[in-house]
Design a protein around this ligand. Sequence first.
Ligand code: HEM
Ligand SMILES: *[C@@H]1O[C@H](CO)[C@@H](O)[C@H](O)[C@H]1NC(C)=O
Length: 331
Amino acid sequence: MKSMQVALMFVLVLTIVGIRNSSSDSPLVLDYYKETCPELEDIVQRIVEIAVLKDPRMAASLLRLHFHDCFVMGCDASVLLDDFGNVLSEKQAGPNLNSLRGFEVIDEIKYIVEEACPATVSCADILTIAARDSVVLRGGPTWDVHLGRKDSLTASFSGAKQFIPAPNSTLDILIANFQQQGLDTGDLVALSGSHTLGKARCLSFRQRIYTNDYGYYERDDEYLSALRSLCPRSGRNNALAPLDLITPARFDNHYFTNIIEGRGLLISDNVLVDQDLQWEIREHVFAYASSQEHFFDSFVNSMIKMGNINVLTGDEGEIRKNCRSPNSYTN
Ligand code: HEM
Ligand SMILES: *[C@@H]1O[C@H](CO)[C@@H](O)[C@H](O)[C@H]1NC(C)=O
């Protein structure tokens, strides 16, 4: 009888371990560069720190750069490529043009990393570590970044237009958009919390401040009129407003109280608390608004998930020498 119980227990444990392994089957590992480039994480951290000291917004920009990389063909540094041959850069696509920032910082990191460990570290891994360090520098949570990504041999201009969500997306579109990447509604809400940092252009929030029919949870008229004086009905397309007007420089959970109080800058922010839409999503928003710890835990989980999207490993892709062009186009 006793041995029967032990045997059952054994099967149970095996099953749990099996399930756990199959649900976290990322090919990436923590100590990928342990032997080949032990100073990697120190180098990235140091240069991100200097860049953010010089330009505090850079933390936001590097975080967003990683997101825009991962949503187009996976986290493969495709977003970093300039035009080459007859391939158009993703940088030219609508969601990125005159908007994405931070390429020079990645170049700088790559330059120092190449000095320390030549032809060893991918641009995709550098970008992932830089995004994590950016969050930490602004007071957000930290986590261990799994490594071993390879860099793409090409870019996808059409993918950048198709897969990066527009600021006027409806909730259904956002949900579908994240689903295409293997991310669920929990990830959508947690990752949208990135809009606790950084800025958006008038062009990105004009429709939100001159159209009234979104059924927002609440409406803040003072906020609206401040935005309208910054961003007229036409012109001043590049005027900037903070995505989190209360604590724009801190990575915290204020984004969620903002959107509950009708002060989300983008339509895509406000639809997360839309009256008529999915209760499950609004529940996440309220939970994150009331517990920063809960937000941080979920954010870390979702960032790790996002950082795993369609990664190239092993023989796939290459280690670029220059993050802006494939090796076959680098002299
Ligand atoms: C949910 C769908 C999302 C939409 C529709 C969206 C849209 C936008 C837009 C339109 C901007 C301003 C761009 C400009 O006007 O130049 C922006 C900025 C930003 N986004 Fe998102 N975003 C989304 C999700 C995310 C995610 C998942 C992350 C990170 C994991 C992120 C991080 C950021 C950051 C940090 C900024 C500020 C960048 C800066 O100041 O340079 N966003 N986003
Ligand atoms: C979103 O904005 C684009 C470009 O300004 C516009 O063409 C489109 O109709 C808008 N979509 C919605 C759902 O309002």
